[in-house]
Ligand binder design. Structure first.
Ligand code: UD1
Length: 417
């Protein structure tokens, strides 16, 4: 158990270099399997999920190294088709290995991915898409056994929900399939664009990534490449919310500002002054925030569900009422109990949370329930009078590299035990 001991009530000031994106690096690492050669991936954040991905790749026969945010993956001998139960369940996004392993080796044996704190996370869309591409799937014996005979075949897939993971899985599977795959109602998140750019730099033929229709013309082989993962838009939003909530002034560098367009207006709503350049965002907060208004989570380019807890924590110290509606995951308010323990006034009714801003939060001991909820509790602790202890069984290090160091550099007082 990790504990973050936070002495609150310090405004954050200064500059920060942003980490690489967790949600882009995970599918890109899986994609290295398809190349059958050596890839060098820079700007890979040092996170437990990234390390688990590298463990999965090693277990499949890749030679891997990971130092100073650069992962080198040689998949020349990656003929493994099976992922160990423990590795599979340790990371929800391990399901993207289904498309990658099948594309590489025409067979894959996986257990169901890790349980999730955000409510049920079905994988039916992943399985039905892979079936449509010609794989036989037996998921009746507690694990998922897939075989694709002599390979997968391109086809048209209409996703009933614009699922990020399913879109990535199809792109991975289709890159080496026979013929053309068309994904309709594809997810449009920037991480999909990064995966497609990586694969295209390996020789894949993918067009339309970031749009509603993605077209993948399968190729016979891919080759290794050198690539830099895009910056983490959710980590950027986290530090900006922390600065806003504490009445601070920070600049986040090495960001792709356009990726944050869906959230930026809400900092302005709260009364923050924003200076937005192509690769940096500066936020200057008033002493007391105004309410953000109404935030409804949606698929990109809508407001990201992963930023909902961050803005909710920030709103809990604003002067007025804000309303949140969560439309992507149905159990995404579990962290709210922790904020209320710090003195916030938040009530939840199904998918809606009503946040009545309070003057002051007070330090207390709180438990992390999930990754972004954990970041919300840290934001709460940064605003609270006295000491807050955030107890975490490992969620925060899944997504944030050096969060306490980064916040301390900006003037926070956090000790990690
Ligand atoms: C990814 C992100 C996660 C983010 C989410 C939504 C990674 C590693 N994780 O998760 O941080 O919160 O996108 O932006 O990139 N669904 C089904 N059946 C399926 C697949 C999904 O019903 O087979 C539903 C889910 O339950 C959810 C919705 O579709 O309600 C969206 O999920 P999805 O976009 O797939 O999220 P992930 O890819 O798991």
């Amino acid at each position: 158990m990790t504990e973050y001991h936070i002495k609150g009530n310090n405004a954050l000031f200064g500059e920060l270099k942003l980490q690489g994106s967790k949600n882009a690096s995970l599918p890109i690492l899986a994609a290295t399997l398809l190349t059958g050669s050596r890839s060098v991936i820079h700007n890979c954040p040092d996170l437990s999920d990234v390390r688990q991905s590298i463990n999965i790749l090693s277990s499949l026969g890749c030679e891997c190294s990971f130092e100073n945010n650069t992962a080198i993956i040689d998949s020349s001998n990656a003929d493994g088709v099976m992922i160990d139960d423990e590795l599979m369940t340790s990371m929800r996004s391990s399901i993207i290995y289904l498309g990658a392993i099948l594309a590489r080796n025409n067979r894959a044996v996986l257990s169901y991915p890790g349980g999730c704190e955000l409510g049920p996370r079905p994988i039916d869309l992943h399985l039905s898409a892979i079936r449509r591409m010609g794989a036989e799937i037996d998921d009746t014996r507690g694990h998922i056994e897939c075989s694709a005979g002599n390979g997968l075949t391109g086809c048209e897939i209409v996703l009933p929900i614009a699922s990020v993971g399913a879109t990535e899985n199809i792109i991975l599977a289709a890159s080496l399939a026979k013929g053309r795959t068309i994904i309709r109602n594809a997810a449009k998140e920037p991480e999909i664009v990064d995966l497609a750019s990586f694969l295209n730099s390996c020789g894949a033929e993918i067009s339309g990534a970031g749009e509603v229709t993605v077209i993948i013309d399968g190729v016979k082989n891919l080759h290794g490449t050198e690539y830099s993962v895009q910056p983490d838009r959710i980590a950027a939003a986290t530090y900006l919310c922390a600065a806003a909530a504490t009445g601070g002034n920070i600049r986040v560098n090495d960001v792709v500002s356009s990726h944050l367009l869906p959230v930026l207006e809400y900092y302005s709503n709260a009364g923050c002054k924003m200076n937005i350049c192509e690769s940096s965002i500066e936020l200057s907060a008033p002493k007391r925030l105004m309410p953000v208004g109404v935030i409804k989570t949606r698929e990109y380019p809508g407001f990201p569900t992963d930023a909902q807890p961050l803005f909710l924590a920030m709103s809990s110290v604003s002067k007025g009422t804000s309303i949140f509606e969560e439309n992507i995951f149905n159990s995404r308010y579990r962290y709210v109990d922790g904020l209320n323990k710090l003195g916030a006034n938040i009530s939840v009714h199904d998918s809606v949370a009503v946040v009545k801003g309070t003057d002051t939060l007070y330090g207390a001991k709180v438990e992390v329930t999930d990754l972004r909820g954990g970041a919300a509790l840290i934001i709460g602790g940064l605003c609270a009078q006295g000491e807050t202890v955030v107890c975490d069984s490992g969620h925060i290090s899944r997504g944030y590299e050096k969060i306490s160091e980064n916040l301390n550099d900006l003037g926070a007082e956090i000790t990690r035990y």
